[in-house]
Design a protein around this ligand. Structure first.
Ligand SMILES: Nc1nc2c(ncn2[C@@H]2O[C@H](COP(=O)(O)OP(=O)(O)OP(=O)(O)O)[C@@H](O)[C@H]2O)c(=O)[nH]1
Ligand SMILES: [Mg+2]
Length: 385
């Protein structure tokens, strides 16, 4: 699974990325600081099954368990800023758009203060809602452009699907988009206006998007963010990527104990007066907003938009461990609707070839290859030697 961080320049995408991954990315107060995508791994929160299953602890290998919260890895990419006209190659244009071809969902990072315009330059006030609209429009025009570029060639639904296959847009998705727009494409693709309408529907289907209304720690921003949330509804998060980054760094240094996504933290080390003052301001922000918003946005995208579930493969269904005795070592994020056989394939192709069956270790029942996995399942795959 891959999350793409997108938006106009200078909005805090790389700050969000650094906070989410703890990978150093270049951050600066001018547009186009990022000129090529930053790829990293972030985590989604899941309740670790070790405690509900009566186990004293676990031994995560690919993930982390902090006080019963499993942090399960998910890929994330921070892409260069997008400016109006990017679909025609303006700014870093196609470079931006190419880096989200593989993304399953997007987080648009926008400036809640409204103090930077769509080109990332300082301004008096650029309404966050316009920023939200502009991005969807650019994405739609990009897709419409690909469909139109193939004019003549993209005359049928099948040919349009070939043109868009690099973006993981299927023929079915194109048909669904046409239906949503009330267009009959059985005899060929519609006119330019129809293609643009379809492209908007394709964006909604293929690129589900959450909004991180960022810089919410700055004066006036919180109010703008709340207004945006009221206007657009669910999927809008009040975010301070800067606070999340500062807290994760303070946690790494041992100054505080902080689990990403929490609405508070404990002082653990010995911060000096200046650090203590800054931490108290951040504590207030977390308490008022229920967290920094970074983890909340990621969790929403994975569970709410992509429909991810977390499963725990084990080799010993009694001890819930691998052959080394490590308890619940792996936590894997898979799309809802994944079968046991698909999980076997994901673990090892050989496993799938030699697949015999599986054991649902929580319910202590035998299940077949077409059994649908549920969130939190602990599964032992049985394969022949
Ligand atoms: N107050 C505040 N400032 C922030 C926050 N996040 C980012 N910034 C500042 O916004 C500016 C831009 O941050 P970046 O992370 O480089 O933004 P970007 O969207 O990656 O920019 P490009 O790579 O140029 O597209 C920097 O000066 C950051 O310090 C935040 O949560 N609060
Ligand atoms: Mg950047």
């Amino acid at each position: 699974m891959l999350i793409g961080l997108v938006g106009a320049p200078n909005k805090g995408k790389s700050t969000f990325f650094s906070a989410a991954t703890m990978v150093d990315a270049q951050i600066a107060n001018y547009p186009f600081t990022t000129i090529s995508p930053n790829k990293g791994v972030t985590y989604v929160r899941a309740p670790c099954p070790h405690a509900p299953l009566g186990l004293p602890g676990c031994n995560p290998k690919n993930s982390k368990c902090i006080g019963g919260t499993r942090l399960v890895p998910v890929n994330i990419v921070d892409v260069p800023g997008l400016v109006p006209g990017a679909h025609k190659g303006k700014g870093l244009g196609n470079k931006f758009l190419d880096s989200i071809r593989e993304a399953d969902a997007l987080i648009q990072v926008l400036d809640g203060t409204g103090k930077t315009d769509l080109n990332g330059n300082p301004c008096d006030f650029s309404p966050p809602i316009e920023e939200a609209r502009f991005l969807k429009n650019e994405l739609a025009m990009w897709i419409a452009g690909i469909m139109k570029r193939r004019e003549g060639k993209a005359a049928t639904q099948k040919e349009a699907a070939v043109a868009l296959s690099g973006l993981k847009i299927s023929e079915q998705m194109i048909a669904d988009a046409a239906r949503k727009c009330g267009l009959d494409i059985s005899g060929g693709m519609p006119d330019e206006e129809g293609i643009e309408r379809m492209a908007r529907a394709i964006v909604d289907l293929r690129m589900p998007l959450a909004i991180a209304c960022n810089k919410a720690d700055a004066p006036g921003a919180c109010k703008n963010c709340k207004e945006l949330r009221q206007a657009l509804g669910s999927g809008v998060f009040i975010v301070s990527a800067a606070i999340e980054l500062a807290l994760r760094k303070a946690n790494e240094k041992g100054l505080i104990k902080y689990t990403p996504g929490d609405s508070g933290f404990e002082i653990a080390g010995n911060p000096d007066e200046r650090q203590r003052e800054a931490l108290e301001k951040m504590r207030l922000f977390l308490a008022e907003n229920g967290g920094s918003g970074v983890q909340q946005a990621i969790d929403w995208v994975v569970y709410g938009l992509i429909g991810g579930i977390v499963v725990y493969p084990v080799e010993d269904e009694h001890r819930l461990s691998n052959h080394k005795g490590e308890v619940l070592p792996d936590a894997l994020l898979v799309p809802r609707g994944t079968t046991v056989l698909q999980l076997a394939e994901r673990i090892h192709t050989d496993f799938a070839k030699k697949f015999i069956g599986a054991i649902d270790a929580k319910r202590k029942i035998r299940v077949g290859g077409d059994h649908l996995l549920s969130n939190g399942d602990v599964i032992k795959i049985i394969a022949s030697r």
